[in-house]
Design a binder for this molecule. Sequence first.
Ligand SMILES: [Zn+2]
Ligand SMILES: [Zn+2]
Length: 362
Amino acid sequence: MSTVKAAVCHAFGEPLVVEDITLRAPQMGEIEVTLKAVAVCHSDISFAEGAWGSSLPAVYGHEAAGHVTSVGDGVVGLAEGDPVVVTLIRACGSCPSCAEGKPTICGTPYDGDKGPLTTADGGTLHQAMACGAFAEKVVVDQSQVVKISDDIPMEAASLIACGVITGVGAVVNAAQIRAGQDVVVIGAGGVGLNAIQGARIAGARRIVAVDMGEEKLEIAKEFGATDGVLATDKKPFVQAIRAMGRGADAVIVTVGAIPAYDQAPRYLAPGGKVIMVGMPHSGEKSSYEPVILAAIGQGMQGSKMGDVVIKRDIPWMVDLYQQGRLKLDELISGRWTLDQINEAIADTKTGSAKRNVIVFDD
Ligand SMILES: [Zn+2]
Ligand SMILES: [Zn+2]
């Protein structure tokens, strides 16, 4: 049992409150990680605004890295002192999805109300996304953690936990892009830039970034986009198709905006598919013409967390970073302390930010 500082959401839409909470010791199969860095993801903000519901009070935060400081019984391959990436991908290992090698869609529910967190006075405190990483320490299941090499900076490592695996994985795992194919990425934010560099790593021929901001299209080119199209243009898909010479083999939608989803199939080549990554608010609906998709063999496919298998995919991403082939440092737009978390969130909401990272002292 330890007392740690955490940013707690008491009411949707209100600023988070940095306060002491209680974290119980790791139990069977769990590990405690003392965090060095946690990034602010748009999902944290959506949760904190109540877009997807959730019980309160809650601790969000799910894009983290740190060192193992305590290990529960039954933990395999992790020891105190190990540098790790902490993800929200909690996988039971035995449900049909896990057994099929798809841990990101594990079917075993997790009740964050009964997790390792309680308020200072012993009340229920929801461990959001099985992580609760807007805190100095987390206790998580061993399935959520990957050991990494100790010479990668922790701020860079934290980004891999969500934005990087989601974007790169959408291209290499979900769309399975191979050399020479064409990719459109809608949204050049935290996830979109990673989809763009995923397409570059996969050897895509044309990588067209679509975004509302001219300046973000410029950043997209630094990450590997060959072309940029303004989403505010009347028919951005016409320009994108002109740049590629034909439709796209895959369109990766990394934003939660409904107009982006409505238009996404318009960018496709025959046989191409839309990979749905961005998460609109619950209840919002998109429309498309089924006859076209059916007639020319197109598809739409959801991709959660880049369909990654973390112990397979995160080590190669770390290696590509160390070789200079995966940009991580360039994704960071600001560094903040936990006490400044509301400012970091406000900056992320302006839309200009890549990733804001909360950094913890030694
Ligand atoms: Zn995230
Ligand atoms: Zn499972």
